[in-house]
Design a protein around this ligand. Structure first.
Ligand code: NAP
Length: 281
């Protein structure tokens, strides 16, 4: 029941479209019988500072932060967890008596998905990441933090892949990291001896579900775990091809789910039941 003690949780982003976060978080609030409500707030970039001040003024316990605010929100916070600062992106804010601290649960979310839904072990493994945007950034830092042995980052715009790979190498000199173009040669060469492929491009996302992100389907093999961060549709063209090649596959819904669980834990100290959220997704 909503009363004078009810506190807000929420999501800020622009545009928000059809976010599943309110459904998931409000289910957990109900499950634990907590006096919170989770709402989605469309906040235009020009209003971000006002929105962050409103978190303080209204005593909002915490918010998720999504595109396009993940980077620009950082200077507006009182404190940022070291890893989120290193990545340069915050997706969760916790308000402790007016003091706002930023976290990035995308990383722990992706790591949990790989470990819990595919039993993936990082040490000694090689990964190929396709794309060099915000999601690739989160994926690369996740793998480096988990002490993977080698990463090959392939992107349509080669310069961006080289820049990001260079940045990771500075932070993690013990990991073999290189950036290159998304050519058929690189694709075959790098996937041949890889254990993990993470596609971080939006290619294949609804409504353009027939698009294929990779150049050659034949490069996929049964020794791979193939992850597509796109979660709509559930099984993308890439994942279908990977399944045909005998590879293990994971869609992006798990990352969404686990990062949300980590955020909810930061705000409330309670851990939503994974199976309940999976049913909703
Ligand atoms: P972004 O910053 O815009 O980066 C997109 C990347 O994809 C860029 O490197 C871009 O290459 C590449 N790309 C785009 N279209 C391409 C094409 N037709 N062929 C080859 N490469 C292409 O986007 P983002 O924030 O990283 O998000 C990417 C995707 O990840 C979205 O679909 C998003 O929904 C998904 N995502 C999922 C989760 C989750 O929880 N599951 C979390 C975050 C993001 P260039 O550099 O050459 O432009």
């Amino acid at each position: 029941m909503i009363d004078t003690k009810t506190r807000l949780l929420g999501l800020i982003g622009y545009p928000l479209g059809h976010s599943l976060s309110p459904l998931l978080h409000n289910q957990a609030i109900e499950e634990f019988n907590l006096n919170y409500v989770y709402l989605a707030f469309e906040v235009k970039p020009a209003d971000l500072k006002k929105a962050v001040n409103a978190i303080r003024a209204f005593g909002i316990r915490g918010v998720n932060v999504t595109i396009p605010h993940k980077e620009r929100v950082i200077p507006l916070l009182d404190e940022v967890e070291p890893l989120a600062r290193k990545i340069g992106a915050v997706n969760t804010i916790v308000n402790d008596q007016g003091k706002l601290k930023g976290y990035n649960t995308d990383l722990s979310g992706l790591k949990r998905m790989l470990e819990e839904d595919a039993s993936f072990v990082f040490k000694g493994k090689k990964a190929v990441i396709i794309g060099a945007g915000g999601a690739a950034r989160a994926a690369g830092f996740t793998l480096c933090q988990a002490e993977i042995a080698e990463i090959s980052l392939l992107n349509r715009t080669v310069k961006k892949a080289e820049q990001l790979a260079g940045e990771w190498s500075e932070y993690y000199p013990e990991i073999r990291i290189k950036g290159g173009g998304l050519s058929p040669e690189n694709y075959y060469q790098e996937l041949k001896n890889s254990n993990l492929l993470i596609d971080t491009t939006p290619v294949g996302m609804s409504p353009n579900t027939d698009e294929f992100p990779v150049i050659e389907e034949n490069a996929l093999h049964s020794g791979l775990l193939v992850v597509d961060l796109v979660y709509n549709p559930r099984e993308t063209v890439l994942l279908k091809a990977a399944r045909r090649a005998g590879a293990k596959t994971l869609g992006g819904a798990g990352m969404l789910l686990y990062q949300g669980i980590e955020s909810f834990k930061l705000w409330t100290g309670k851990e939503p039941v994974v199976e309940n959220w999976k049913k909703i997704l």
